[in-house]
Design a protein around this ligand. Structure first.
Ligand SMILES: Nc1ncnc2c1ncn2[C@@H]1O[C@H](COP(=O)(O)OP(=O)(O)OP(=O)(O)O)[C@@H](O)[C@H]1O
Ligand SMILES: [Mg+2]
Length: 640
């Protein structure tokens, strides 16, 4: 946005001074004129009296000359009058009007003489009757013509001087006012206008007031202070807006990221589930082959195929962790002890060049999580930290209590405010760019060269944290380092160790002889069903198979109870494994059940955790694992 700068066209000081000058000049002119008119009247009266008195004084000599009809004497009397420069013409006449003597000056009109006829008569006549002293008779007339301009020349020059000095005074006063207005008004206002003109509306900044304005405490100071407080308020408002905006953007980005991760999780989980079914069929069939009947080379090929299936199963398990569908075995973990144990087996994965430290708050709360998964997660983070510091550096694993409030949790989906235990892995490595950070949790996202990283480490940490009701957060700065924080929910129970009956309990090597046992298997995938049936039959069990829960229930309604039911968790008809188990348990009380699943969703609910008496066969399972589970159930069935 371009800002239009305006220029001051007419300064206040100049305008005010011009008005001052005009008013003062007009007032000066009017009062000056009144004064001059009054002075003029006084002056003309005084001059008239003066001329009358001159004529009176000269009248005795002129009367004598008129009485004697003596022209010389008359000329003498006139001469005494002509010493006054304003006397233009003097004449003495006898009683009959005959001129005895007359003198008239030469007249060269001055500028004044040319101007004055405009408003007054240039000449004025005075006359006096001449009287003989002894006879008291009129003997003639003395007439004078006075040049008014000469008479009033002093007055005129005095008036002009006073007018000019008045004007000069006004001019000086105006200049002083002009300066005062400029200093106290125009200059500060121009400065203020300039400052406001320079304000960037996107980044309003209050400005410092110069001493002259700050100290003045006048109206301009008040306007400047008000402008400053408006600018400060706008700046604060804009900052708040910016913060809110960036918070909203971050929140939006986070939500989109977790939505993306959740979609990818669904996809990956689905693929892993199907993949596990396929692996279950392959593994089951491979294990049905009798190695003793094979040649050495065939046994090798069989073993290669088997170990490849196991590798595939490991990969599917990793994907299940990310998609939050890995069966978890949460136990109460005392973080201090846990970190000590972790130290022992994580040290060897790091190079000598790493400074590796652990720090646990002494009063850290117990937390609830799957211990093996937590170990795997922290190991993953430690390996990432060591990869980020190839030339060596500091790696620190800490553990402390954290209280996450509603404001913090608002930026994360499915995170509840409350008490958490935080495990933090920090390194002084290369750090991550914003782009890497925004993709780091995605499965198969890696910046490592082909073959060096699968890109599953952080996605597993993410899935584990989410599935455990916790949260994971990355703080990273390029060339400074990275902190990954893993928050797990605080446990209210103080006990340690595993919750009984959970997860993969250690099962002693099984017995393969199930003769006399009746086992019911429900599995909608015919190939999986087939392979499980084959294995069980090779163990001499009587196997009753169904591809739907409804058929199994129909069978149960008309038959005596079986010893064990093996149910797939997710079935294609309306009833899933857990629904079938519920009905079968009502029909056959005391029935022992094993679930099999490509993943744990369904029976394990949203969190994917076990309940007390659930045994899960995670597909693909080996014959050995099947035997272990069945042996354990048999022991329970048969009693010790
Ligand atoms: N501590 C760290 N410092 C810098 N970058 C990291 C750090 N941890 C993870 N990253 C970045 O995140 C990416 C993804 O990490 P993730 O652990 O998911 O996969 P990976 O380490 O590449 O492969 P792997 O599956 O072997 O763990 C890494 O490739 C790396 O770019
Ligand atoms: Mg990694």
């Amino acid at each position: 946005m371009t800002q239009r700068r305006r220029k001051v066209r007419s300064g206040i000081a100049v305008t005010l001074a011009a008005y001052g000058l005009m008013i003062a000049a007009a007032l000066g002119l009017v009062t000056g004129c009144i004064q001059i008119v009054q002075d003029y009247r006084t002056q003309t009266k005084r001059d008239e009296t003066f001329i009358q008195s001159i004529l009176q004084i000269s009248s005795s000599g002129a009367a004598e000359a008129a009485f004697q009809l003596d022209s010389d004497l008359a000329a003498e009397a006139i001469k005494s009058l002509m010493i006054y420069d304003f006397m233009f013409q003097v004449r003495i006449s006898d009683e009959r009007g005959a001129v005895l003597a007359e003198v008239r000056r030469a007249f060269e009109p001055s500028l004044l003489d040319r101007l004055t006829p405009l408003f007054s008569k240039p000449f004025r006549n005075y006359s006096i009757d001449l009287t003989n002293q002894s006879t008291r008779l009129n003997v003639g007339t003395l007439e004078v013509m006075v040049n008014q301009n000469t008479l009033l020349s002093d007055f005129y020059s005095r008036s002009v001087r006073s007018m000019l000095s008045g004007l000069l005074k006004n001019l000086i006063l105006t200049l002083i006012l002009l300066n005062l207005f400029y200093v106290t008004l125009s200059r500060p206002l121009s400065w203020l206008a300039e400052k406001l003109n320079r304000v960037d509306p996107r980044q309003p900044e209050p400005f410092d007031l110069p001493g002259s304005i700050g100290k003045a405490e006048n109206e301009v100071t008040m306007v400047a202070l008000s402008a400053n407080s408006i600018l400060a308020a706008s700046r604060k408002h804009l900052q708040e807006l910016e913060e809110a905006n960036s918070k909203a953007l971050k929140l939006d980005e986070k939500l989109r990221q977790s939505e993306r991760l959740s979609v990818v999780g669904q996809l990956v989980g689905g693929v892993a589930h199907d993949y596990n079914n396929i692996l279950a069929i392959i593994l089951g069939n491979l294990e049905l082959v009798r190695p003793e009947r094979l040649t050495q080379a065939e046994r090798k090929a069989l073993e290669r195929a088997r170990s490849t299936v196991i590798r595939g199963a490991d990969l599917a398990a990793q994907l299940l962790v990310f998609s939050r569908k890995q069966p978890l075995a949460p136990s109460i973990i005392l973080a201090g002890d846990f970190l000590q144990e972790l130290h022992k087996f994580s040290r060897p994965v790091l190079g000598e060049q790493h400074e590796f430290n652990f720090a646990a708050d002494p009063d850290v709360w117990p937390c609830l999580a799957d211990k093996r998964q937590l170990e795997a997660a922290l190991l993953n983070l430690t390996i990432n930290a060591s990869h980020a510091t190839p030339k060596g550096g500091k790696i620190l694993i800490e553990c402390f209590n954290a209280r996450l409030d509603a404001e913090y949790c608002a930026t994360e989906d499915t995170l509840e405010p409350g008490d958490y235990v935080c495990f933090r892995v920090s390194d002084t490595g290369e750090g991550m760019s914003e782009t890497v950070m925004s993709h780091a949790f995605e499965p198969y996202f890696t910046t490592k060269p082909e073959g060096e990283g699968s890109g599953l480490g952080l996605s597993m940490v993410y899935g584990f944290a989410k599935q455990s009701g916790g949260h994971v957060k990355i703080h990273s700065q390029e060339n400074v380092g990275t902190r990954v924080e893993l928050y797990l929910p605080r446990s209210e129970q103080e006990a340690d160790g595993q919750i009984p009956g959970m997860a993969h309990p250690h099962i002693a090597a099984g017995r393969e002889n199930l003769s006399g046992k009746r086992i019911l298997v429900v599995e909608d995938h015919p190939d999986v069903l087939e392979v499980v049936k084959d294995h069980l039959e090779t163990m001499q069990a009587t196997v009753i198979t169904f591809t739907s829960g409804q058929d199994a229930i129909a069978y149960a309604q008309n038959n005596t109870p079986v010893d064990i039911a093996i149910l797939d968790v997710i079935l294609t008809d309306s009833m899933n494994g857990p629904d079938v188990k519920e009905v079968l348990s009502q029909l056959w009380p005391g029935l022992k059940t094993v679930f099999m699943s490509g993943y744990s969703e369904g029976i394990l609910g949203e969190t994917g955790r076990f309940d007390q008496n659930t045994i899960l066969l995670q597909k693909p399972f080996s014959r050995q694992r099947l035997v272990e589970v069945l042996t354990q159930l048999n022991e329970v069935c048969d009693g010790p």
